[in-house]
Design a binder for this molecule. Structure first.
Ligand code: FAD
Length: 463
């Protein structure tokens, strides 16, 4: 086996001897993929097609011991290490040039305990796979809204979805995690064991180790819920969004309605209201009625449907292979001023694929103290500015996203969602972790003093 060029934590290029790579391979129960292997090209690809990076090696562990061996090698040689769950990070944090990539996507075991209403899940599961397992027992917990996303990256950054106003964020439902930390130890983290690490994992988990198992609380949901989509012409967006703001102020926790400005598959600019009611279907139908009467909708595609269908209903809006640049802003209220900024810029989307998504926070997630977990921004509205295009450079799409983000600054609480950020500088990281930043920096100093886990929204360790 020949030599492999790798990058160290301090950015130097080093050679890994074939014998060293062979020695790792011999110790692994899982796979080791080098740039010479036929699987390399497909495995290095991530969801955001704008990310085109070439890791030195890809390790696909079979278990936590394989993860420990890989972390040990990275520490011993000082190598750059990345972790891939579902590969959905818009910033492309799953992969880096010259790094050792730990690709967890084959770790897909899951075990539901229907009596305790819990699931132990491995980090390679995608949301669609997770929902399929839990819905066998008419159970669910908060996950995101695009079924191809990985459960681990989503949960460790927070995890926003339809059920969050009733049951909290995905990370609020995390009961326990198994983590390989930078010292190569396999630790358990829960309220009872390593509670400080458990606190950090729930919102800033990408920074603290490789999570090899997640145990979640589940709740009775479905199998049928009331959900779907109502579309209005974008020309009516100001009025629709004002009515939407007033509506969500009185919405019960069981109901969640997102608003989005986008272009329909037929090429029509629209404002959409997407919804899921996780209680009785008839109650959902009754609650949804006013949403179709704000103005005259172009389309009303709401009704009873399987929960797993709601969890996939916006998949087509974000196909694999598109290019992405995203930013987010938490705004205190969806004021007329904020609506004006959003609707004016959506009148000149840089691409028909781009979307502005508005999600009401609060409810159960909002009743958790911002300092109770690492996830700080729990009230107001999350505005995700999703620049998406199919071909060509990022420039005008990036400019459009940044212009919208700047426009929303006067309305912002100073918060952002760590999982929605394409930029990774110190300022973006402080914004994302808010009041919890200093405690996180101290815990990073305790659990990862050399900043091994740095390809993420990185928290610099404090001594
Ligand atoms: C189309 C699309 C839709 C989305 N919708 C939602 C949504 O509805 N709700 C929401 O909350 N978010 C959503 N997101 C954001 C999503 O939560 C983040 O992109 C998340 O990080 C993806 O996790 P992943 O495992 O797929 O990604 P990856 O790119 O594999 O990983 C993302 C980050 O998590 C780290 N990581 C992954 N696995 C582990 C692990 N086991 N241990 C430690 N660190 C790990 C990686 O190192 C990286 O820093 C969406 C993103 C996209 C692109």
């Amino acid at each position: 086996m020949k030599e492999f060029k790798a990058i160290t934590l301090d950015g130097r290029e080093v050679s890994l001897k074939g014998t060293e790579v062979n020695a790792l391979k011999a110790k692994l129960k899982g796979q080791l993929i080098t740039p010479e292997d036929p699987d390399y090209e497909a495995t290095r690809r991530v969801f955001n097609a704008f990310i085109d990076r070439r890791p030195a090696l890809i390790v696909q562990p079979a278990d936590a011991t394989d993860v420990v061996r890989t972390v040990d090698l990275a520490c011993e040689k000082g190598l750059l290490l990345t972790i891939r769950g579902g590969g959905h990070s818009v910033a492309g944090h799953a992969v880096a040039d010259g790094a050792v990539m730990l690709d967890l996507s084959n770790l897909k075991a899951a075990e539901v305990d229907p009596r305790a209403r819990t699931i132990k899940a491995q980090p390679g599961l995608r949301l669609g796979e997770f929902d399929a397992r839990t819905q066998q027992f008419d159970l669910a917990t908060t996950m995101g809204t695009v079924s191809d996303t990985g459960i681990a990256g989503l949960t460790l950054g927070g995890g926003i979805g339809w059920l969050m106003r009733k049951y909290g964020l995905a990370c609020d439902n995390l009961l326990e995690a198994e983590v390989v930390t930078a010292d190569g130890r396999v630790r358990r983290a829960s309220e009872a064991e390593n509670p400080d690490l458990f606190w950090a994992l729930r919102g800033a988990g990408h920074n603290f180790g490789v999570v090899t198992e997640l145990t979640y609380q589940l709740h009775p949901v479905g199998p049928a819920v009331f959900g779907g989509l109502i579309l209005y012409p974008l020309s009516q967006a100001k009025q629709v969004l004002r009515s939407y703001r007033d509506y969500v102020a009185g919405m019960p926790d069981e109901f969640n309605v997102f608003a989005a400005c986008l272009t329909s598959p037929e090429g029509v600019p629209v404002v959409g209201l997407a919804m899921c009611h996780c209680g009785p279907v008839d109650e959902g139908r009754r609650l949804a009625e006013p949403l179709a009467k704000f103005m005259r909708p172009l389309m009303d595609m709401t009704g009873p449907m399987p929960y797993v269908q709601v969890q996939r209903m916006i998949d087509d809006a974000a196909p694999f292979g598109a290019r992405h640049y995203w930013k987010s802003s938490v705004i205190g209220d969806l004021s007329d001023g904020a609506i004006d900024v959003i609707t004016d810029l959506c009148g000149r989307f840089s691409s028909p694929r781009s979307i502005v998504l508005i999600q009401p926070l609060g409810g159960a997630m909002g009743r958790v103290d911002p300092a109770a977990t690492a996830f700080a921004h729990r009230s107001g509205f999350l505005v995700s500015i999703i620049g998406m295009w199919l071909e060509g450079p990022a420039d005008n799409h990036r400019d459009w996203v940044r212009e919208m983000h700047r426009g929303l600054e006067p309305f912002s609480t100073g918060g952002a969602y760590v999982n929605d950020e394409a930029d990774s500088g110190e300022a973006a990281v402080r914004t994302a972790y808010g009041v919890n930043y200093e405690r996180l920096a101290r815990l990073k100093g305790k659990y990862d003093p050399d900043n091994l886990f740095r390809v993420n929204q990185n928290i610099r360790p404090w001594a």
